[in-house]
Structures are given as structure tokens and as C-alpha cells.
Design a binder for this molecule. Sequence first.
Ligand code: ATP
Ligand code: MG
Length: 229
Amino acid sequence: MIVIQHIKKEYRTGTRKFFALDDVSLEIGENEFVAITGKSGSGKSTLLNLLGTLDSVTEGKIFVDGVDLSKLSGRKIADYRNKKVGFVFQSFYLEPSYSVYNNVELPLLLAGKSGRSNRIAVEAALEAVGLKGKLREKARNLSGGEQQRVAIARAIVNNPAYILADEPCGNLDTANSDNIMNILGQLHDSGKTVVMVTHDPGDAMKAVRVVTMSDGKIVNDVKNYRFVV
Ligand SMILES: Nc1ncnc2c1ncn2[C@@H]1O[C@H](COP(=O)(O)OP(=O)(O)OP(=O)(O)O)[C@@H](O)[C@H]1O
Ligand SMILES: [Mg+2]
């Protein structure tokens, strides 16, 4: 479970100071599927990056499964990023010259894992995104939709409980976006907690809960009516 308590994130540019996040509190339970939406600059990525420990809060606390993220350092922070959360970004960030297999295996190697169990885990992750047939292909030869599916396989290969996705469909056409949204839906069905940033109302509608941000604050937090019986 994610518990965010009164967090603020202050940025300074030159002499200007402002709060990209201004007193945000939010709880996300186990196996939720939450879309975070809102205008450009409202603080969505800032919030997701804090959840992923890619950045740290100015004030307030974030607990993930009872662990205070501000207390993590060194090896523990690396472990958190590697095993607890899987990050998916708009621009994929694959290693273009590596094969699909090697891209997906990377988090396992970083976790110190090797051998036959890696092959089993990589193949299972690629199976989950429908790309087992392409494991020898170089990442740079794949379409955008395929690259994002490889990025998702890489995000799930260490079996993290949380998937954090920042505009995962932002660079994709409708058909590929639908495919990615279906995969995120399946990951949710398989028990993962999915937190997805999107500015696309159609994609947000596919989540079970929609949190809307404006000027660094949460201004709306609703259960998607499609899921309310
Ligand atoms: N490293 C930084 N230094 C200074 N300001 C920053 C930094 N990162 C983000 N900001 C500012 O913080 C605010 C929130 O940015 P953030 O990236 O979280 O917005 P967003 O909701 O993800 O927007 P978008 O939909 O365009 O991705 C913006 O005004 C942005 O310019
Ligand atoms: Mg953003």
C-alpha cells in the first residue's frame, strides 16, 4: 500500500521558487489501478517520480508497504527501484543496440541474478506482452508499440508489486495505445498495483480510479463509474 502524507515538492529556477506539489495526500491500496490525470505542468510526473524514488520530497512523507521512502539510501534504494517498482516511461528508454532479451534481462543482472532462471523470467515477461517471438531482435528494429511492450516486460521481470507508468501511450497511435492499456489491465488483473499518469481521458477511463491534479494539488479523486456496480 502507498500512503502519501502532505507532501510538497519545491523547485527553484533562478530566484523563482514554487511548489510543483503543494500538500498532496493520497492512499493507494493493494491491487488498485489508478490513473493520474490533469493539465501539463500540474505535477503528475513529479508525483510519480517521487513514488519511484527518482526524486525526493521537500516536505511530507511517502510510505510504501510501511517503508518511509525518505529513509531509504544506498543499497536499499537500489533494491526498491529494482524490485519493488517497475517504471514505464513515455519514451521507452531501451538500449537500442541490445537485443530484446538483453534489454529485459537488465534488471535481473542488476539484482545480481544469473543463469537459467533469468531465461525463464525474461521469457515469461515477454510472453505477458506478446513478444516472446522477438527476443533476438535488436530493440532499435522494433516499432514504437513493440518497444513499449519490451519496456513493460523489463518493468515486470523482477516481479514488482507496483507498476508506475508515466504517459506509457504518449508516443503511440490508437491501436498500440489500446494494446498497452490492455497489457496494463492484465497486469492489474494478475494482482499488481498500477499507477499510470495520462492526459488522455480515454485511457484514464480504463483505470478503476481517476485522480485529477491541478497546480500541484489533487482536485478530484473518483472511482470510475464503469467499475461501480
Ligand atoms: N527539475 C525541475 N526543475 C524545475 N522545475 C521543474 C522540474 N521538474 C518539473 N518542474 C516544474 O514542475 C511543474 C510540474 O511538472 P511535472 O513534470 O510534474 O508536470 P506534469 O503534470 O507531468 O506535466 P506534463 O503533462 O507536461 O508531463 C512544472 O511547472 C514543471 O515545469
Ligand atoms: Mg509529465
